[in-house]
Design a protein around this ligand. Structure first.
Ligand SMILES: Cc1cc2nc3c(=O)[nH]c(=O)nc-3n(C[C@H](O)[C@H](O)[C@H](O)COP(=O)(O)OP(=O)(O)OC[C@H]3O[C@@H](n4cnc5c(N)ncnc54)[C@H](O)[C@@H]3O)c2cc1C
Length: 446
């Protein structure tokens, strides 16, 4: 340890600070290829007090702090910067309270998302936000990125399930935002501001989240289409008919092929896209609305439903088998989903890039995954050129650069196209209020 890290270790209980370079390296990046800086060390926080002590030390010594959950982020948000301390919240795993009467839970940031959902289900409730990574990501990371997920088409994103937060500010002060009630409008919505702020405004040490009644039996439909556009049209039809799906997911041929090569799902040669839809009640209406489908499967048991949805949850790992992946995350109004998908296909063809696409189609949230050679340190120029076209197409269609993964480091160079100069100036002003020394996750998100 050097003088700085020794002072940090002295301010914390034993064993909280790691400086072994190999161990520190393993905390330096998230799931993106972005090359990390070299951290001074890692703090394994186990309590709010540990976070307070770390932030006081960081303010005193002007040391950057990079908050970290499970490191499953796809935007470089938890990527270390040179000379920083990585502040891991992964060991703060208490569910402090779960109240079936009030339908809320108070949780620490290191709780794994699916664990909270399982705890809620013991009381007939559920925690709705379910990113595909919900078995490996943390609530803190979900809050900081305002994570979405499969069920968001019906229940909204993480912000829609967040009532209040406990946050440690850059100088170590503790701030409580929001409330335990379903309604409340006193003061500015600081809770909403922190959700999605990517660790740049404060460190979340607890959250009061909303739980919902777990739904009854869910009907699930998997439909195969010979054209991606027909699948996208079925999405519009299902929503327009008022089926209120709690899941509406789309996969293209490249994705399905990768899954089939891995798990042999019996993919037909003519299939170009698959739609997976889930709703309470009967599946018949949704199945009928997939009129152009070449094949429709309807689940009649929860096990069959889990199998159909399981195919979708395999998508990311299946694509990683093809090469390195730049996972993108544009979101457009649902009505222009076919145009967005066409723009992705055209960009892929124009630049000779392999793009595999999945979409939380009910939200218009499209994940084109740009696959490139494993031997390369970062995406080649043609991938960035295709990505640039995809981003611009999303903005032209009235959409956004990122529906749920965040800006992190990866999308900073395009952010100005979406926000414009006035919003950019206000963002900088807000950052200055919360973090005047610019020590919290510097260089990320804004
Ligand atoms: C297979 C796979 C599937 C995925 N599917 C989805 C999906 O469906 N939807 C989706 O939204 N995302 C998805 N993701 C991306 C990722 O899982 C989410 O962004 C998730 O919210 C990150 O959680 P984490 O705990 O890993 O956070 P990290 O990656 O560790 O951190 C993410 C950001 O949050 C900040 N942060 C972490 N904890 C705190 C805290 N306590 N206080 C303040 N800031 C903090 C970090 O500084 C960083 O900026 C997927 C990723 C993978 C690998």
């Amino acid at each position: 340890m050097n003088e700085l890290t020794s002072a940090l270790a002295a301010a914390l209980p034993d064993g909280r600070v790691l400086t072994d370079p190999d161990v520190v390296d393993s905390y330096a990046r998230d799931r993106t290829f972005v090359p990390p800086g070299r951290p001074l060390g890692v703090v394994l926080a186990q309590s709010r007090d540990d976070v307070v002590a770390t932030m006081r030390w960081a303010t005193q010594h002007r040391v950057p702090v990079v908050p970290r959950g499970a490191g499953t982020g796809l935007a470089g948000g938890a990527t270390a910067v040179d000379g920083c301390v990585v502040l891991s919240l992964a060991r703060m795993t208490a569910i402090r309270e779960l109240s079936p009467q009030d339908e809320i839970a108070v949780v620490e940031p290191g709780v794994i998302t699916a664990d909270l959902d399982r705890a809620a289900r013991e009381h007939g409730l559920m925690y709705a936000p379910d990113p595909s990574s919900y078995e490996i990501s943390t609530i803190g990371g979900n809050l900081a990125t305002n994570a979405g997920g499969l069920r968001c088409v019906k229940y909204g994103v993480t912000r829609d399930s967040t009532l209040g937060l406990e946050v440690v500010l850059a100088d170590g002060r503790v701030l409580n935002t929001g409330r335990r009630t379903m309604k409340g409008v006193a003061g500015y919505d600081l809770t909403g501001l922190f959700v999605g702020s990517e660790g740049t405004l404060g460190v979340i040490t607890a959250a009061t989240v909303r739980l919902r009644r777990a739904p009854g039996e869910l009907a699930t439909v998997a439909a195969e289409f010979t054209s991606l556009r027909d699948a996208a049209a079925a999405v519009s039809a299902i929503v327009a008919a008022g089926c209120q799906p709690s899941m509406l997911e789309l996969m293209d041929r490249t994705t399905l092929q990768a899954i089939d090569d891995w798990k042999n799902i019996g993919l037909e040669p003519s299939t170009r896209a698959m739609l997976i839809a889930q709703a309470e009640g009967s599946a018949d209406e949704m199945a009928a609305l997939c009129g152009a489908a070449s094949f429709v499967a309807v689940s009649s048991t929860p096990e069959e439903a889990a199998e159909l949805i399981g195919v979708r949850r395999l998508a990311y790992q299946a694509k990683e088998r093809l090469g390195q992946c730049l996972v993108e995350d544009v979101c457009v109004p649902r009505s222009v989903l076919p145009e967005m998908i066409t723009a992705i296909e055209e960009a892929a063809a124009r630049h000779g890039v392999l793009i595999a696409t999945v979409a939380h189609a009910g939200d218009g949230n499209v994940h084109p995954v740009f696959v490139f050679d494993r031997g390369l340190a970062e995406p080649p120029d043609e991938v960035w050129a295709a990505a640039d076209e995809v981003f611009r197409a999303a903005l032209d269609l009235g959409g956004t650069l990122t529906g749920e993964h965040g800006v992190g480091l990866l999308k900073k160079r395009w952010l100005g196209l979406e926000t414009g100069p006035v919003a950019a100036e206000l963002h900088r002003g807000i950052k200055q209020v919360f973090d005047p020394l610019n020590i919290l996750n510097p260089g990320k998100a804004i």
